[in-house]
Write a protein that binds this ligand. Structure first.
Ligand SMILES: [Mg+2]
Length: 387
């Protein structure tokens, strides 16, 4: 058994939306296929992966550096001890040979994308849904019912508060119980009017989370905290620069409600620094590390171990990104849920066909691998790459 090829293509996932920091007019994503020589039911086993939205495609790093490290490794060195499947941890080690520590800029995105495809292949070879395989290996019970929330509320040319309300109404009609909107891309007064418009629309049918996308300096962060704390928000997300742990720690004095951050921390070491120095509170705050941006599930397992050692439950993790990889991790390893973007970043985001949100949760279908084969628009694009 061996990996015979790794293919990458960089695809546009552009849209006219913007948050407080970036627009998505030139956004791209890498799509990766890990091709094995294993055949199941007459079809070659191919694992697929892609990087989460918000960071660009990583074709250069994948094609010029990481692909060859896997293909040039002794195939036996990438197998598990039983010799009946690939080993994601050994493949990860092969990818990361001759890489210095620290500086987790874009390398972590490239590795996370390949890692997703590796786990897809491994669970397909085992003929199990990834979430069941993860739960079995950990010795825990899988829970196929996963909390999801609707991330939207972007700034958009010509979008007024009635369009924002309609957008949120649409999420409620689709079964969501928590919705999220962007803040920090307008004046604080205008953002307050936007928040009040949404709260008037959703009333007690749902809760609202707000996301500043790392935009605020301390002074602005505090001004917003004082404005926001009068509302019953689900969380106040990514307030300041993702690496400014002192700013994050200062917020706890001024904002008694839940806060969330972590989508732009790309290693378990950075995640550990957030827990050590960021003042995050394990009884109410949320962690949003996204494996598809941060060296993949092999690294995410290290992050979960670190959280356990520092007294955090995995149920405080609700990853960024809205992809099926994190749905599997949530269902298999007892995370608190997953982000979802009902109308954005297609065909990569979202759920397998026929999966519906009910009372803010989805039920994972029993598909081998990550479940991409159950999403017809996505698997069509994936199979175009190699099959
Ligand atoms: Mg965010």
């Amino acid at each position: 058994m061996r990996i015979v090829d790794i293919c990458e293509v960089t695809k546009p996932i552009s849209s006219p939306i913007r948050n407080a920091y970036i627009d998505f007019s030139k956004m791209t994503a890498s799509l990766v296929a890990v091709v094995t020589d294993v055949v199941k039911d007459g079809r070659r086993v191919v694992g697929y992966g892609f990087n989460s939205n918000g960071r660009y495609g990583q074709g250069g790093l994948i094609r010029e550096r990481f692909r060859d490290r896997i293909l040039e490794a002794d195939p036996a060195s990438l197998m598990n001890d039983a010799g009946d499947n690939l080993d994601a941890h050994k493949i990860w080690a092969a990818i990361m040979q001759n890489e210095k520590p620290g500086g987790h800029g874009e390398r972590s995105v490239a590795v996370g994308t390949i890692d997703m495809a590796v786990w897809d292949a491994i669970s397909k070879i085992e003929e199990k849904p990834l979430f069941r395989m993860l739960a079995e290996r950990k010795g825990v019970e899988a829970n196929p019912r996963v909390f999801v929330y609707a991330a939207g509320g972007y700034y958009y040319p010509g979008k007024d508060n009635s369009a924002l309300r309609n957008e949120m109404r649409g999420y409620l009609e689709r079964g969501y119980t928590v919705v999220k909107m962007k803040i920090g891309g307008a004046s604080i007064d205008e953002d307050q009017r936007r928040i009040e418009a949404v709260l008037a629309e959703i009333r007690d049918e749902a809760q609202l989370a707000v996301d500043a996308n790392g935009r605020f300096d301390l002074e602005t962060a505090l001004a917003y905290a004082k404005m926001l704390r009068q509302y019953p928000l689900f969380w106040y997300e990514e307030i300041g620069d993702p690496l400014d742990y002192q700013l994050q720690a200062a917020m706890a004095e001024f904002y008694p409600g839940s806060m969330a951050t972590g989508e732009n921390l790309f290693s378990h070491q950075d995640a550990r620094n957030l827990i050590r120095y960021g003042g995050m509170r394990p009884d109410r705050d949320w962690l949003q590390f996204d494996c598809a941006l941060s060296y993949g599930l092999v690294e995410y397992l290290r992050t979960l171990d670190m959280l356990d050692q520092l007294g955090w439950s995995p149920s405080r993790c609700i990853p960024h990104g809205g992809h099926q990889m994190s749905l599997n991790i949530a269902a298999g390893l007892s995370l608190g849920g997953n982000e979802s973007y009902p109308d954005l970043f297609q065909p990569y985001g979202g759920f397998p066909d026929g999966v519906k949100v009910e009372d803010g949760h989805i039920i994972m279908p029993e598909l081998p691998g990550i479940g991409f084969e159950g999403k017809s628009d996505l698997i069509a694009v994936m199979r175009d790459l190699v099959e």
